[in-house]
Design a protein. Structure first.
Length: 255
């Protein structure tokens, strides 16, 4: 892909490597940097990663991953780092489940410990399991009420993984928050069940999700107030009676 003969010590050229008669992807290149290589591969949509595991779970999961990666980086400013990491690992089908644990500990059952009706894959844990699916229905109903007429999608395995083009771009903070918090609620209650031997059911998933959402909205409101961005906060979040700011400047949340 990159051909040519290096002329000088690369340590003395600030990361730009000069080559003699060099080409990058068939085009003339007078110098080379890691950034040049990254941009070249991005432009060519180089198939560095495949996602056959998602296709095995649902043949309809035919996402354009080159667009998914680009869109996903837009949500970083709207969600907590740990929520972003979990979502990123889900996209990569890289979360410890009973199916994956079976590879590490032979003899371990791959069956879902919550419903007992299917193998506990990443897709099943976060979508296919009855209580998780019910929580996504609640989340999407909430999005439809918060963004009346602006968010009308129904939850599917493909849409919950990559929902970032399901509404106008200015409402991305709401869509990203709802999805990341739904993932985190499922993961938090699941981990408590696995490690602390607590109960796992829809009521706990719903309570966890509502608690996380209220914390997120309140924090966003306080940050906006501190930075004199309340007008923008109202434009994005206060599109229904569920979230509003009263005449005294207090935040009201009704879920």
């Amino acid at each position: 892909m990159l051909q040519g003969e290096m002329q000088d010590d690369p340590l003395g050229v600030h990361g730009l490597f000069p080559f003699e008669n060099s080409t990058l992807g068939g085009s003339q290149a007078d110098s080379f940097s890691i950034k040049d290589g990254h941009l070249f591969l991005t432009d060519k949509k180089h198939p560095l990663i495949t996602h056959d595991k998602w296709l095995a779970e649902d043949p309809l999961c035919q996402l354009d991953w080159s667009k998914v990666w680009g869109r996903f980086h837009q949500v970083a400013r709207y969600i907590l780092p740990m929520h972003k990491v979990l979502w990123w690992r889900i996209l990569h089908h890289n979360v410890i489940t009973a199916v994956r644990l079976q590879h590490f500990i032979p003899g371990t059952s791959p069956v879902c410990r919550h419903c007992g009706s299917a193998s506990e894959t990443v897709g099943h844990l976060f979508w296919g399991c009855a209580d998780a699916s019910k929580l996504w229905g609640l989340s999407y109903d909430l999005l439809a009420s918060l963004l009346t007429g602006k968010f009308t999608a129904a939850p599917t395995l493909s849409s919950i993984r990559d929902p970032l083009d399901l509404s106008p771009a200015k409402y991305l903070p709401v869509v990203a928050a709802i999805h990341s918090l739904t993932f985190w609620a499922v993961w938090r209650v699941h981990c408590s069940f696995v490690f602390d031997n607590t109960i796992y059911n829809f009521a706990l998933l719903k309570a966890s999700f509502h608690s996380l959402l209220k914390q997120h909205i309140t924090t966003s409101f306080l940050v906006a107030k501190q930075k004199s961005l309340l007008a923008h906060f109202e434009l994005v979040w206060c599109c229904s009676a569920a979230i509003s700011i009263d005449a005294s400047g207090f935040l009201l949340i009704i879920l």
